[in-house]
Ligand binder design. Structure first.
Ligand code: G6P
Length: 489
């Protein structure tokens, strides 16, 4: 926050995300009078939590879709924080608009940007609803910008690609910089041909002054798409796009976690006890080695590939049968979308089959917990695990990989990281697996599990340097610095 003040003086931040950074907990009035317990809960998620903490230092405004009850705007403050911010909550009262917007984002953009055209589900009129919701964001933000002089505007992710299109024409003479971060992959250009509105989306993104991607690969693919789709309309000079008389900076900013927090939760006085208690509660013996996976139950996370890898491991290296388990923390997600419903049903069925095939004397290879687990329990679980298994078939970054490494100080747990996760770009020394190659992956996992501790912890030492360096604060700082440079160019 001091960096922010140095760069932006008194200007305030205006953030826009699809999801709200806090969840309002409704309580009956008599309970509210008696209880001093906070009414706000925080959904897990590194990005929104770090922006949330920044705004509690600097003040500002945040616009998001309303997903829980409570006042609007909602003042978000914490007793020990110097500032507060206002959360402006957009309510979609027409269920058709809401459904169309969600479908365009999650049943068209999401699968195509993850190169899964088979999962696409379209419906006439969805794009209009998507545009409409983005325009609602732009309206609310334009009104806020009229009232205050803002330091900069920071919009997030594929659900809000067209907000700046509505916002740009309504900015004052001396507008704040508009920054945007695209959290998911940018695919090979051929996948975009399935989206009739692809050029609108690219133009919408070019309405910003700064456009951030997770890796240089996604950044370059975006530039390629822009040049394919807009041709003579644009000029590209390295990381700068010239369009309609403006310069747009297109950069890569790998997002990170708060490693100190995970490290101290993992090793703090409460941690190990919480993790052991959790394991016992889910019927696992804390003394038996286990691998851990933590993902929303989304098809991009490769749950079925993970099962194939595990089954191959048991078949090829039977010494693991009865002595190695997989703990899957897999909260269901987007459960009203048919592609998710059928995927989640298939995953549950496949897990049952694998368990039935390999069960021995009261031992089952896979334990699935369909709930989010709080960081204070999750961090020590990571530390206890013999390895973390990340099997995404495509993933913008994958912060679980970084969270896991954050907990492995002087420890030898192995990160098995899909080569298709954005995280594999920065974590070059990680043990990479290919979820499309169960044989190869099983061999790699077996080999790494057998390695001496010195090798495993030596590898973690190197990997942790990257996690510590490219943490969430550094991510925020590099974006703030870039935005500031643009403003003064
Ligand atoms: C990904 C996206 C986020 C999204 C999150 C959860 O990480 O990049 O924008 O919020 O998934 O998805 P959900 O649909 O539950 O918000």
């Amino acid at each position: 926050s001091s960096l922010y003040r140095r760069l932006f003086g008194e200007g305030e931040i205006l953030v826009a995300t699809h999801r709200e950074p806090v969840v309002w907990v409704e309580r009956p009035p008599e309970e509210t009078r008696k209880s001093a317990a906070p009414r706000l809960r925080y959904p897990a998620g590194g990005v929104s939590q770090s922006l949330h903490r920044l705004l509690l230092q600097t003040g500002g405004d945040w616009v998001a879709l309303r997903s829980s009850p409570g006042p609007n705007p909602l003042t978000v403050s914490l007793p020990d924080q110097p500032a507060s911010y206002e959360l402006h909550r957009i309510l979609l009262s027409d269920p058709n608009i809401s459904a169309g917007y969600q479908r365009f984002a999650n049943d068209l953009l999401w699968p195509l940007f993850h190169e899964e055209p088979g999962r696409v589900l379209t419906h006439p009129g969805d794009f209009e609803h998507y545009q409409h919701v983005n325009a609602l964001f732009a309206d609310r933000m334009a009104t806020l910008l009229e009232k205050r002089h803002n330091g900069f505007v920071f919009i997030h992710d594929y659900q809000l690609a067209l907000v700046a299109r509505g916002l740009r024409p309504r900015l004052s003479k001396n507008p704040p910089p508009l920054a945007f971060f695209w959290h998911i992959p940018w695919p090979r250009h051929s996948f975009l041909t399935e989206i009739p509105e692809r050029a609108d989306i690219v133009r919408g993104l070019l309405e910003h002054d700064l456009l951030g991607f997770q890796t240089p690969l996604y950044r370059d693919r975006f530039l390629e798409s822009a040049s394919e789709l807009l041709g003579d309309e644009i000029r590209i000079r390295r990381q700068t796009v010239l369009w309609q008389g403006r310069k747009i900076h297109v950069g890569d900013y790998p997002i990170g976690v708060d490693p100190d927090r995970f490290e101290s939760l993992a090793q703090g006085p409460e941690g190990p006890g919480l993790a052991r208690k959790f394991l016992r509660q889910v019927g696992m013996d804390p003394e038996i080695p286990f691998l851990i996976s933590v993902d929303r139950m989304d098809y991009t996370k490769g749950f079925l590939k993970r099962l194939e890898i595990l089954e191959t491991l048991f078949r090829r290296y039977p010494e693991h049968v009865g002595s190695l388990r997989l703990l899957q923390i897999a909260p269901p997600t987007r459960t009203t979308h048919p592609p998710y419903q059928s995927y989640q049903t298939r995953v549950r069925q496949a897990v049952r089959e694998t368990n039935a095939r390999w069960a021995r004397d009261g031992w089952e290879p896979i334990v699935t917990i369909e709930e989010t687990v709080e960081h204070r329990t999750l961090a020590p679980l990571y530390r206890l695990a013999a390895g973390a298994l990340v099997t995404s078939t495509n993933d913008g970054m994958n912060l679980v990989a970084k969270e896991y490494l954050a907990t492995q100080k002087d420890a030898g747990g192995t990160l098995f990281l899909s080569r298709y996760a954005g995280a594999a770009h920065g974590l070059r020394d990680a043990v990479l697996i290919d979820p499309y190659d169960p044989e190869g992956s099983a061999r790699i996992i077996h080999t790494a599990l057998e390695e001496p501790l010195a090798i495993r912890s030596g590898r973690n030492r190197i990997l942790r340097e990257e996690v510590l360096r490219h943490n969430i604060y550094e991510w925020m700082e590099s974006i703030l610095n870039e935005v500031h440079d643009l403003k003064n160019r």
